[in-house]
Each structure stands twice: as structure tokens, then as C-alpha cells.
Design a protein around this ligand. Sequence first.
Ligand SMILES: NC(=O)c1ccc[n+]([C@@H]2O[C@H](COP(=O)([O-])OP(=O)(O)OC[C@H]3O[C@@H](n4cnc5c(N)ncnc54)[C@H](O)[C@@H]3O)[C@@H](O)[C@H]2O)c1
Length: 350
Amino acid sequence: MNPFVYNAPAMRVVFGAGSVAELAKEVDRLGAKRALLLATPGRTAMVKSVADPLGIRVAGVFDRVVMHTPLQLAEEARRLAASVQADCCVVVGGGSTIGFGKAIALTSALPLLAVPTTYSGSEMTTIWGISEGGAKKTGRDPKVLPKTVIYDPALTLDLPPHVSAASGMNAMAHCVEALYAHDGNPIVSMMAEEGIRALACALPRVMENPKDIDARSDALYGAWLAGCTISTTSIALHHKLCHVLGGSFNLPHAETHSIVLPHAVRYNESAAEAMRRIERALGKRDAAAAIYDLEKKLRLPLRLADIGMKEQDLERAARIAADAPYPNPRKVEYAPVLELLRHAYEGVRP
Ligand SMILES: NC(=O)c1ccc[n+]([C@@H]2O[C@H](COP(=O)([O-])OP(=O)(O)OC[C@H]3O[C@@H](n4cnc5c(N)ncnc54)[C@H](O)[C@@H]3O)[C@@H](O)[C@H]2O)c1
């Protein structure tokens, strides 16, 4: 076995259907008395009802969260946190909402309590991202890692099936890249393989019956594992490409991950041990093709052309991705990356 470093960040996880009832108790555990609630506009009523037991401990609500954390709006959320003298942020929602909580924590060190309602896995990572001027800047900082995470699958029952599937494949992408990360380790690989298995088994059941609480629990468990995997390992070509496509071309995050993933796996197929683990988790032979087939079964979009990518932007995207050097199992070069993007644009089976 190769030598490795395993860093397990300290955090508390409360998991199970109905566990959001513990919210007030968990806020107390943080010693907080003035919580700022964060939500997307469509989810405000749900978030307020979840936070109802907090009573006067709700110091304010910021419900204008949008995707990709634009700096200007993040600044507004930061100002609100300061003006209401919040001593913690309670974020109830998907990766976008958690992203706003992280933006606040980054500059204020306020503790975050996250109640994730999608499968993005952001709640498990120290990764923050803020977009400005058409580009998304990301970094890692332990300050943005939630102190407590409440996983309540009951809150995910209304997550529309297509959003669930795309978000679940975003989580699977975390697991896949952790398996070939240059700084991976056997513990993370174990979690990644189990995460892929749990997600692949749960997502078709979620599509079939979105109210199936067991399927929702399994999917959320997979998403948790997925978040754990990228929390301690480096991302590679797949995530970098998705950041370029999301940050510079404004493509939707989860669908972009889902479409690019099988092609990124094909690009990196020389990472034999990772491929073996993905295939074992999926119970199939060819990792890239198996992921593509799963996405087809989940009725996810398979072409970047269908989610807003313009053909004339493919070369610029490949150039941006190839110009920033980062570790990846196979060297990141312009021509093969452009070919990968063309395949993802056209949606061909890898
Ligand atoms: N920092 C990290 O480690 C990390 C990891 C993954 C994703 N992200 C970021 O997360 C963002 C994407 O997150 P996402 O894919 O979770 O999407 P999202 O948070 O944008 O949510 C998608 C939509 O689903 C709605 N929604 C959320 N939960 C719901 C529920 N239970 N029922 C019904 N509707 C619900 C939201 O209101 C929103 O309209 C991106 O900005 C991405 O960069 C960050």
C-alpha cells in the first residue's frame, strides 16, 4: 500500500427521517442565540416552518439565494448577517444555499448549521466558491465547513425527480474523482465506492417513486459519503471542466456534472484501480459507458447542447481548462479536452 495522509475534519452529523426536529437542540449545542436563516426564494415557507421551533432565536432571513454565489449578492447576505448580529447561520437547501452560508462564514467565521435538501455534498466540504465577472473563484478554508449537519431524507421528498437525479450524479462525480485523486487514500476510496453503490442503487428508485423514503435515505447517505470524499481529496479534470462551464458559460451546475462525468471517466480510464472500483460499485463492466447508461435510465440530459452550451464556445472552454495546470491521472491537454467536450456537447455514448 502507498503511504498516505488522511485528514478527518471534525463535524457532527445527525441523520434520519424526522431528524430536523432536532434543529433547535442542535443550535443550542452551538451555543448560538441569533440564527440567520438562508434559503432560495421558492423554499422560504418550508425553511421558516422547519425553523419554527427556533422562535426568537431567528434573527433574520435571507431568502434571495441564487446559484453560483454571485459576489454582490453574497455581500448583501454578509451585511445582513452583521446587521442582525447573527451568531450562526442555518442553511436549509441545496448547494447554492450552502454556498451562501459558506460565503458568510468565510469572512465572518460564523458557525454554519446545514440542513441539505439536495445531494450536492457541499455541506461536507471546506470548498467555497464565489462568482464574479463571469468566473467562479474557489478555495478551501476550514472556516466554511459546517459545524453540524442534519440530514433529514423527509425534506427531500419534494425534490423534483430530475433535480434529484442530476444532483445525485453530481455527488457520484465527487466519488469518482476521489478514486483517482493524486492525494487519495484507502479510507476515502472505501467511502467513494460505497457512495457510488448507494447512489446508483437509490436514484432509479427515487425516479420511480420520489416519495420512497427508503430510496431517499439511501440517496442522501450516498450524497453524504460523496461530500466526505471531496472534502479531503483534490478534484481533477471533471470538476475543473464543470467549474469552467458553470462559471464562464453559466451552465446549470448539477446537469453539467452529470453530462460531463462519463466523458471525463473515459478520458481518465488509464486510472485502472479507480475504474475497477467504479465498475464493482455499479456492477457493470465499462465504467464510462455504465455511468452514461445510468444517466440515460434516469432520463437526464446527455448533451451540453441541450443545457445552453454553444458550439462556438467549446474551444474557449477547452483552452481555459487546459491552461490551468492541476493534477489529473492523464495529462490535461487542449486537443483531447476539446474532443471530450465535443463528445459531451453531442451526447455520444463514450
Ligand atoms: N462547495 C462545494 O463543496 C460544493 C459541492 C457541490 C455543489 N456546490 C455548489 O452547489 C450549487 C448547486 O447545488 P445543487 O445542485 O444542490 O442545486 P441548488 O442548491 O441550486 O438547488 C436546485 C433547486 O432545487 C430547489 N430545492 C432544493 N432542495 C429542494 C427540495 N428538497 N425540494 C424541492 N426543491 C428543492 C432549490 O430551491 C433550487 O431551485 C452550485 O453552485 C455548486 O457550485 C458546491
